[in-house]
Design a protein around this ligand. Structure first.
Ligand code: UD1
Length: 416
């Protein structure tokens, strides 16, 4: 298990070009299997989860090449429609291949994704959406077996705007016979990115990014070239890293419009933020103010993925902040570790009350999941003394060389 060793107290100031979005690249790479040709995907972040997705594509029979941030997928040789248990267990988000494989092969077999540290993460909405398109689904011996003589367009209503279920429904519907309407669809910017890529492949997707998506089925899709959108969660993490140290940060290659809820909170906490088309410039005071209440919600609400890094900000802010986690039931695992660093946080069910302390203390802490791990790094940057964050394999799932970016902005950080 790797460790990040951080000596707190340095101001994090500088300029960062933000990586491509993990949550956009995964469904887009899955979509490439539906092309009768070659797709070229640019701005792919160098992450373990992207490498695993490439491996899934290879096991399905696609030819995959990576050069710097470009992944080229030739799906013409696709010959398998199964994703085995080891890959499903390692990367739960492989479930998004289901819609793409069933669309291409009219058959798909994937192992049931297990639980996950942040919560149960059921897939009932994914399966309900596919059934609405005429897919027959059997759940047997830990596997999900899907078959359809023909995928037919239909009406899908999601009881909750699940990101993954919306993506699976879109993927399955693009080559269906007839039209599909997905209502109460997730509106995350990554859904818009997937819709844009599918349209470049020749699909007819309208309204991606709104709560009603309509899709007119087409006969086949071609390979396409596409550039992945910037990662808004990584961008906000670097803003948090700078804000907690009173630094000045310039982010390049970002889309500020996708980040409104997060920028609004940073402003409420006392940071000054200037947005340009693809840049965000933030200047933070020496000590932030508390934020009244942060409620995680589906987009355009405050993202659950940045709840924990922002809790580190509240931990040292002046005053008391309240966090309410509405999306995942087990997303406060960073709290015990922040408490080891001297934070004053009380959790009651889905709420956490954070009383800001003047200073955190360096300590040995453990990352138990991706964003919680990033929260510990953010906290460590402002802590008095040395913090050792273990469990870096979780952080590496979503952040491309986090230590290199922070080092370039003045952090005292190294990997062991
Ligand atoms: C995606 C993101 C993740 C983010 C989350 C919410 C990817 C790879 N991951 O995860 O980073 O935190 O969106 O923005 O894009 N649910 C059900 N049944 C289902 C599906 C979901 O009950 O069939 C529930 C989940 O348990 C959870 C909520 O819906 O409580 C939201 O989950 P969902 O939007 O599906 O998240 P993911 O797509 O898994």
């Amino acid at each position: 298990m790797g460790k990040l060793i951080i000596k707190g107290g340095e101001k994090i100031s500088g300029e960062i070009r933000v990586q491509g979005a993990k949550n956009a690249v995964l469904p887009i790479l899955a979509a490439t299997v539906m092309a009768d040709g070659i797709s070229v995907i640019k701005n792919c972040p160098c992450l373990r989860d992207v490498d695993k997705t490439d491996l899934v594509l290879e096991r399905l029979g696609c030819n995959v090449k990576r050069e710097a941030d470009t992944v080229t997928v030739d799906a013409r040789g696709m010959c398998d429609c199964r994703i085995c248990e080891d890959l499903m267990r390692e990367m739960r988000s492989s479930i998004v291949f289901l819609g793409a494989i069933i669309s291409r092969c009219k058959k798909a077999v994937v192992s049931m994704p297990g639980g996950c540290p942040i919560g149960l993460r059921p897939i009932d909405l994914h399966l309900k959406a596919l059934r609405a398109l005429g897919v027959e689904i059997r759940e047997e011996h830990g596997y999900i077996k899907c078959e359809a003589a023909e995928i037919t367009g239909g009406g899908i209503h999601l009881d909750f705007p699940s990101v993954g279920a919306t993506e699976n429904a879109m993927l399955a519907a693009v080559c269906a016979k007839g039209s599909t309407t997905i209502s109460n669809a997730a509106r995350e910017p990554e859904i818009t990115d997937l819709g844009n890529f599918l349209n470049k492949m020749g699909a007819r997707v309208h309204g991606a990014g709104s709560s009603v998506i309509t899709i007119d089925g087409v006969e086949k899709l071609r390979g396409a070239e596409y550039t992945i959108m910037p990662d808004r969660i990584v961008a906000a993490t670097y803003l948090a890293a700078s804000a907690i140290t009173g630094g000045e940060m310039c982010l390049r290659g970002v889309n500020p419009r996708d980040m409104r809820a997060m920028l609004h909170v940073l402003t409420e906490m006392g940071a000054e933020i200037k947005c340009e088309k693809n840049r965000i410039i933030q200047t933070a005071p020496n000590r932030l103010k508390s934020v009244h209440t942060i409620r995680t919600m589906p987009y355009p609400g405050f993202p659950t993925d940045i709840q924990s890094p922002f809790m580190s900000l509240a931990a040292t802010a002046r005053g008391t902040s309240v966090f309410i986690e509405n999306i995942f039931e087990n997303r406060f695992q960073h709290v015990d570790e922040l408490t080891r660093m001297g934070a004053d946080i009380k959790v009651e069910g889905r709420s956490a009350v954070v009383r800001g302390v003047k200073e955190l203390q360096g300590a040995n802490v453990v990352a138990r999941e991706l964003r919680g791990g990033a929260a510990l790094v953010v906290a460590a940057l402002a802590a008095n003394g040395i913090t050792a964050v273990s469990g870096t394999e979780f952080i590496d799932r979503g952040y491309e060389s986090i230590e290199k970016y922070l080092l370039s902005c003045g952090a005292n950080i190294r990997r062991e």
